[in-house]
Design a protein around this ligand. Structure first.
Ligand code: G6P
Length: 607
């Protein structure tokens, strides 16, 4: 959600800010704005809608200056209008601020700011006026921000610029991500490292409650008591090209097509097929804790929740320990009995999803150890968890997750195998078999990617469809959910994922010749039952599309997407690929904004 960029250094600030905002577009937003400080004071431009609208305005009125802030806003309080777009200003327009998150007590604070003139309906603006009030008495930007932050409830990341301080930006963070980018004689602020990639690989993620002074010469961080603090600097390994489309029409297609490489990266150096072992670098959870856990609780949202469902199947099959998967948005309320005997696994691509962070905090408070599976080093989740499995998917720009889903699934499966071995529930011989099959996955993913004729035909044929239902069982029930989620996220067609065995308990009533049912039916324990469920659809004249194992066609399917043979537990990794492509081609055919679907954000940092 919302993106923040700040720059101070020798360059013209505007192009850096606009480029940074472009790289944050994927987070989801509905208005954009910039502010630059120059000899005329703080000059700003804002626009509702896409960044391009703002750029059009900036062409007519370029803003000079070598220090400034940029913002993309995802509307919460007040519509996506120009007055509500950030930056927001103090009454005297000598302080400007951009904000991510929500100030929950803004109405109460606003009432206390008598005499201040407000120009927007946002919660954010109150912070600019509070800083103005404290700056009037303190005359020190950091102290003024600190005092204002002390009054705010909610979660936020701020960047503030003062007309009186032409070489200074102030950043503050509480429960919303914010990193500083460290350059030579120039420094940056950003809501995530994607914005920094063209300029620097050295990033300093702020801790909760931190306030930072950022000027050309360097950065200084203070903790919530305003005591100088040292925070580790991380070296970012992603290249700047990871934020480019690389000749593809959309990021989504690029990211789907990368999956044989990303799956290979997840396996690399972690799998010892000969010994039947999995090794993780800096895992952080002691083997004794893996052995003694009586329950695994998995917390996640959206696509990551689907990866959690695959994890549950594998953990119960291979490690013989009960596993529950909860929506983080439900687990956060603390009624779920986390305890010392529960190992919590939090799955989050971004490591910043507010609900997942809250669930993790509830789990830790109850004494549970937390293992994070995340794609982002330095993310809040990575820092708060007891142990981390870092995914190696690289930067994912499209809002709809694709390669990070298969990476999450791969990590979850490797974890389940490791758990099974450590607990003695999985024999070495069986682990060898499974791991040999795992190593063969990357070319199989490539094979599925190369065979998209049926997908293209199907996308065209059912484009104007009435309804999509995706059905599956066991390991591929999550695939059904994920296939349906991809379809609705980017095509805006109605699509539902359902347990195949549950169809006759209600949804079968919906089936007629207007309904397309995608059945995920590869070889495995539940295939016969899947075929019976497909017969029930066929008898009611629903259109059937099947994902099957090569060489095992299902005659009643009108269209078939084949995957190569593999261990059943790996079939979700292969079966999801044609479903991602189906959603993609359908959305393109319908002329949708594939990479930035309406109303959605890549990283959901509000409750
Ligand atoms: C948003 C994204 C989804 C993602 C979900 C959870 O809704 O649009 O693609 O699955 O958040 O995100 P996380 O970063 O926690 O995996």
């Amino acid at each position: 959600m919302c993106g923040i960029v700040g720059y101070v250094g020798p360059r013209a600030a505007l192009p850096v800010l606009v480029e940074g905002l472009r790289r944050l577009e994927y987070r989801g937003y509905d208005s954009a704005g910039v502010v630059v400080l120059n000899g005329h004071g703080l000059e700003s431009e804002k626009s509702p809608g896409k960044l391009q609208n703002l750029e059009e305005r900036l062409k007519k009125r370029p803003l000079d200056g070598t220090i400034g802030l940029g913002h993309t806003r995802w509307a919460t309080h007040g519509g996506a209008t120009e007055p509500n777009a950030h930056p927001h200003f103090s009454c005297d327009r000598r302080i400007a601020l951009v904000h991510n998150g929500i100030v929950e007590n803004f109405a109460e604070l606003k009432r206390g700011l008598r005499g201040h003139r407000f120009a927007s309906e946002t919660d954010t603006e109150v912070a600019a006026h509070l800083i103005e009030r404290f700056y009037a008495s303190e005359r020190d930007p950091v102290r003024a921000v600190h005092r204002a932050v002390g009054l705010l409830r909610g979660h936020f990341a701020f960047a503030v610029i003062f007309a009186d301080h032409p070489d200074l930006l102030v950043a503050a963070r509480l429960n919303c991500p914010l990193v500083l980018g460290l350059g030579e004689e120039e420094n940056f602020i950003a809501s995530d490292i994607a914005a920094l990639l063209p300029y620097t690989r050295r990033a300093l993620p702020l801790d909760e409650g931190d306030i930072a002074r950022v000027d050309r010469a360097g950065v200084r961080v203070f903790d919530r008591m305003l005591v100088p603090a040292r925070r580790p600097v991380i070296e970012v390994t992603w290249g700047a090209e990871s934020a480019a489309k690389g000749g593809h029409a959309h990021y989504m297609l690029k990211e789907i097509l990368q999956q044989s490489e990303t799956v290979a990266a997840e396996l690399s150096g972690r799998v010892d097929a000969e010994r039947g072992d999995v090794r993780f670098e800096r895992f952080g959870i002691p083997k004794a804790a893996l052995r003694s856990a009586r329950r695994i609780a998995i917390a996640a949202c959206g696509t990551a929740w689907h990866a959690g469902l695959v994890a549950k199947c594998a953990i119960e099959e291979l490690a013989k320990v009960p596993a529950d998967v909860g929506f983080s948005s439900e687990l956060r309320y603390g009624d779920t009995p986390f305890d010392r005997d529960t190992l919590t696994v939090a799955i989050s691509q971004s490591g910043e999803t507010s609900d997942t962070l809250a669930a993790v905090r509830a789990a830790r408070e109850a004494g549970s150890r937390v293992l994070a599976i995340t794609n982002i080093r330095g993310s809040t989740l990575a820092r708060e968890a007891d142990g981390v499995l870092f995914m190696r998917a690289g930067l994912e720009v499209c809002v709809a997750a694709t390669k990070t889903y298969t990476s999450q699934v791969m990590n979850a499966l490797l974890f389940a195998i490791h758990l099974g071995r450590v607990r003695g529930a999985l024999s070495r011989a069986r682990a060898r078999q499974i791991l040999r099959d795992a190593l063969a996955l990357p070319p199989k993913v490539q094979e599925v990617l190369g065979d998209d004729c049926a997908v293209l035909r199907c996308a065209k044929r059912f484009l104007r469809g009435y309804d999509y239902m995706y059905i599956g069982r066991r390991y591929n029930l999550p695939t059904a959910y994920e296939g349906a989620l991809k379809m609705k996220e980017i095509s805006y067609l109605h699509a539902e994922g359902y347990g195949a065995g549950e169809m006759k308990h209600g949804p079968l009533a919906l089936v007629d010749r207007r309904m397309t049912v995608v059945a995920i039916a590869p070889q495995g324990r539940v295939l016969e039952k899947m075929v019976s469920n497909m017969q029930e659809i066929h008898a009611r004249k629903g259109h059937l599309v099947a994902v099957t194992t090569r060489g095992h066609p299902i005659a009643i399917a009108e269209e078939t997407f084949e995957i190569p043979p593999c261990e059943e537990m790996f079939s979700p990794l292969l079966a999801v690929v044609p479903l991602q492509l189906l959603a993609y081609h359908t959305a393109v055919g319908l002329g949708r904004d594939v990479d930035q679907p309406r109303n959605l954000a890549k990283s959901v940092t509000v409750e």
